[in-house]
Design a protein around this ligand. Structure first.
Ligand SMILES: C[S@@+](CC[C@H](N)C(=O)[O-])C[C@H]1O[C@@H](n2cnc3c(N)ncnc32)[C@H](O)[C@@H]1O
Length: 302
């Protein structure tokens, strides 16, 4: 599912792109969200501004910049612009190899370490969850393991995104064939109910495991308080960030994870030159970043 593309909006004239106000808008977006638009991609930002410019009736980029920086409702306007900018391409069971790694290596390792300390609850976080396909996939995976690997365990999933519209759609949990194309029939029947001729809706059993919230990964005041995670999935989000925003998010993720926890990124993403405190762990068709337990002295790539 793709969200937030201003397809229907009037395209800015090519000469508008030379308007320095777009660079300033780019910087405002970057400061708030960590999303960096390089100059060669400025046309994308301009096309996404177009819808908001027409909504507020701003006739030039610099007039619109005022809406983002000096007018009384600038925070609300910025939020609306971020809803236009953020792209939520996703679908259920997007990374089967990650789930195999979870089942075969990561969960057994975490469960063993936690049960040795007397804990029987797992906390997962889907950070940048878009319209909810990733956390619902994780919820199905966990429920399918409830009688096996996770027998006697309880679990919860925090699912967050910057985009208000995505969070609303995720809470509703209504999906068509595009989102469900990799979801096995047996799981569709078990965890979804019919919504209309072309859509299924997530059932209560899945919904009850997930708390959805709007969290900006670039917002220190929120990130600081999301502690105690065993697993963080932040897949296909950091591709929009530059190095310094990635580093900042990783500072938080490292603190958000419990010792022994894992961070999963999208298959095209990496922490190379971003953060060397995590240990890169390779699995068949997937990889994860492990936060070693306190006092760990062992091999593994740092
Ligand atoms: C391509 S989607 C990834 C969805 C899902 N994780 C997956 O891999 O299928 C990227 C998501 O990152 C979100 N995002 C971008 N910048 C963000 C930020 N600063 N804070 C939180 N979410 C952000 C976007 O709104 C979008 O929903």
């Amino acid at each position: 599912m793709e969200t937030g593309i201003a397809k229907a909006a009037a395209q800015p004239q090519s000469q508008d792109l030379k308007d320095p106000a777009y660079l300033k808008i780019r910087d405002v977006v970057y400061q708030i969200s960590g999303i960096y638009q390089p100059e060669e991609k400025l046309y994308l930002l301009a096309s996404r501004c177009a819808r908001r410019m027409s909504a507020v009736k701003a006739s030039t980029p610099s007039e619109y910049l005022d809406y983002l920086t000096v007018r009384g409702n600038r925070e609300a306007e910025l939020r609306l612009l971020l809803n236009e900018i953020t792209i939520g391409e996703t679908y259920m069971f997007r990374s089967p190899a990650q789930l195999e790694a979870l089942r075969n290596v990561v969960l057994p390792q975490i469960l063993q370490a936690k049960s040795a300390l007397g804990f029987k609850r797992l906390h997962l976080w889907s950070a940048g969850c878009s319209t909810g396909e990733e956390p619902y996939t994780l919820a199905m995976f966990l429920l399918e393991e409830k009688e096996r690997l996770l027998s006697g365990w309880t679990f919860d999933i925090l699912a967050t995104d910057l985009n208000d519209n995505s969070v609303v759609a995720a809470k509703a949990g209504i999906y068509g064939e595009y989102a469900l194309r990799s979801t096995p029939d047996v799981l569709r029947r078990k965890y979804f109910k019919a919504h209309d001729a072309n859509h299924l809706q997530v059932g209560e059993e899945l919904k009850s495991l997930i708390r959805f919230d709007r969290v900006n990964l670039n917002d220190d005041s929120k990130m600081t308080f999301l502690k105690g995670m065993d697993l963080i999935f932040c897949c296909n989000v950091l591709i929009y960030f530059d190095l310094s925003s990635k580093r900042k998010v990783m500072q938080h993720f490292y603190a958000n994870l419990l010792p022994g926890g894992y961070l999963f990124l999208g298959h095209a993403e990496s922490l190379y030159q971003v953060d060397d405190r995590f240990h890169l762990m390779h699995f068949p068709g997937a990889f994860g970043y492990w936060k070693p337990p306190l006092g760990y002295i062992g091999g593994g790539k740092k």
